[in-house]
Each structure stands twice: as structure tokens, then as C-alpha cells.
Design a binder for this molecule. Structure first.
Ligand code: DQA
Length: 145
């Protein structure tokens, strides 16, 4: 199974940005943890982070042509604004899990709006960075059927 893990804007600042919401683990540490998870479960995991909306759209489109079986996506602030990301995910029809490190539903009202939630197979919010690993497990389960 090939899984693409996508992180949107400012997630590269993990460990520095607002530890009260996002914890102290650095982005590099998280990426290493995800990489180890891939090795443990014997799956190819490709990771991508960008601060630019169009680049994220490009990566989702590329997933269609490179045989990605599942997407784990934390679009950061684009969650609450981006019809382009939603349309990209709808276009490729690859099962996607929406992940948020913080519990977006218990924060400001604008964070309660997600343009991708209803087209994702699952949302994991507020489980810290463990949410990414849970999302990978969820996709893996789906493929065992
Ligand atoms: C986030 C929540 C978003 O509201 C915020 O803009 C982020 C991170 C999260 O992981 O909790 O950048 O997606």
C-alpha cells in the first residue's frame, strides 16, 4: 500500500508554533515517526509539506498518476478556506483522512468549518500528532477487507 501524508501551511513550524495547541514535537521528529511507521507496517509512505495552496493541489493530482492508495491530509488553515483542495481531493477519488493536531471543534468558530470533511473517509482531530499514525492505521484497515 502506498500512502501520501500531506501537511499544509505552518505545519513545518511544529515544535516552535503555539505549543499549547500543537505540542512540542518538532516537524522533523513527526516525519521520522511517520517514516518508522511505514517501515513497521511495510507500506510506502511519501510525505509532503508546503505552505502554498497550488503546490498542495499539484501533489494531490500527482497522487492519482503515481498509484497512491490513501491520503492523510492536514491542510492547516486551508482546511477552513480552500475549495481548490476540496476539488482536488474529489477529482482523484483516493480515500483521504483529514487530520488536525488540535481539536478544531473546540477552538474559534472559523476553525469549525472544514471544506474537506464531508469528502474524507474519516476526520481525526485533537489527538495530537498521534492522529497521523491513527489515520495511517485506519487506511490500512480499510485495505485489509
Ligand atoms: C490545524 C488546525 C488549523 O485550524 C490550523 O490553521 C493549523 C493546524 C491542526 O492541526 O490542528 O494550521 O490543522
Amino acid at each position: 500500500m502506498k500512502i501520501l501524508v500531506i501537511n499544509g501551511p505552518n505545519l513545518n513550524m511544529l515544535g516552535i508554533r503555539e505549543p499549547k495547541h500543537y505540542g512540542k514535537e518538532t516537524f522533523e521528529e513527526l516525519c521520522s515517526r511517520i517514516e518508522r511507521k511505514g517501515a513497521d507496517i511495510g507500506s510506502e509512505i511519501v510525505q509532503y509539506q508546503s505552505n502554498h495552496e497550488g503546490d498542495l493541489v499539484d501533489k494531490i493530482q500527482e497522487a492519482y498518476f503515481t498509484g497512491v492508495d490513501g491520503i492523510v491530509i492536514n491542510p492547516g488553515a486551508y482546511t477552513h478556506t480552500s475549495i481548490a483542495l476540496r476539488d482536488a481531493l474529489s477529482s482523484v477519488q483516493i480515500p483521504a483522512v483529514e487530520v488536525h493536531i488540535s481539536d478544531v471543534d473546540s477552538r474559534e468558530d472559523f476553525r469549525k468549518i472544514s471544506y474537506i470533511r464531508d469528502i474524507c473517509v474519516k476526520t481525526i482531530s485533537g489527538h495530537g500528532t498521534d492522529g497521523y499514525l491513527e489515520a495511517i492505521d485506519f487506511l490500512l484497515e480499510g485495505y485489509k477487507k
